[in-house]
Write a new protein. Structure first.
Length: 219
């Protein structure tokens, strides 16, 4: 297979498996999505989805959020980890939204990335999933699969994002990054990986990755 044929196979297979793909984090608007994505750093979507209803019941908009103290926010979000940094970030960005944006989440990478505790990946998720602006946020699943499939060198997520944007059509980015996430969780996890169930890697995967898998499983 040529590189383009491999790319086409991945796109076609993902579309067949996930013709409709849900957004992993529960939210109702750009603000609650922004908070949920911020909370998901070094945590799981499942854990975040258990905590956000508790937080949003009290404060689901920046005006109500700043009525809480940083410590009160921290107590609610503790189970997701990194609560000192995240609680300060939530309070700080909520205050900025009120002071600079009339409480409305801006549709701008630059503006979002200027908020405390908001990096490029978080901004990309919000731009993609809340505003339908083409973006390709790279999480651990995408980083892993892009390497397994031979689409990136795997050195860092910055390079993986550049490679993904280069090889995949822009009009597919917003759906495709979600499809890859769900595929990674279901068929190509970091732990407990079974190559025979992972049709994409089995068909187009990097030879060194497949050989290493067989070495480990034959011991």
């Amino acid at each position: 297979m040529t590189k383009q044929e491999k790319v086409n196979f991945a796109i076609k297979t993902l579309e067949e498996i996930y013709p409709q793909v849900p957004i992993p984090l529960d939210h109702k608007d750009p603000y609650t999505l922004l908070i949920a994505v911020l909370l998901s750093a070094q945590s799981t979507d499942v854990r975040v989805n258990k905590i956000t209803p508790l937080l949003f019941e009290i404060a689901d908009n920046p005006y109500d959020m700043v009525k809480l103290t940083v410590e009160e926010i921290r107590e609610i979000i503790k189970p997701v980890g990194l609560s000192p940094m995240k609680s300060k970030g939530i309070y700080g960005l909520s205050k900025i939204l009120i002071e600079k944006y009339n409480g409305i989440v801006p549709q701008s990478f630059e503006a979002l990335e200027s908020f405390p505790a908001v990096g490029h990946k978080t901004a990309s998720v919000v731009m993609s999933q809340a505003f339908n602006v083409p973006a390709f946020p790279v999480d651990t699943h995408i980083h892993r699969l892009m390497y397994r499939w031979g689409f990136t060198n795997g050195k860092n997520v910055v390079q993986t994002e550049k490679d993904a944007k280069r090889i995949f059509p822009e009009d597919l980015w917003n759906k495709l990054h979600l499809q890859i996430i769900w595929y990674g969780r279901q068929f190509s996890p970091a732990r407990g990986w079974k190559l025979e169930k992972d049709i994409i890697t089995k068909t187009i995967g990097r030879k060194s990755v497949i050989n290493e898998y067989h070495k480990k499983t034959s011991k």
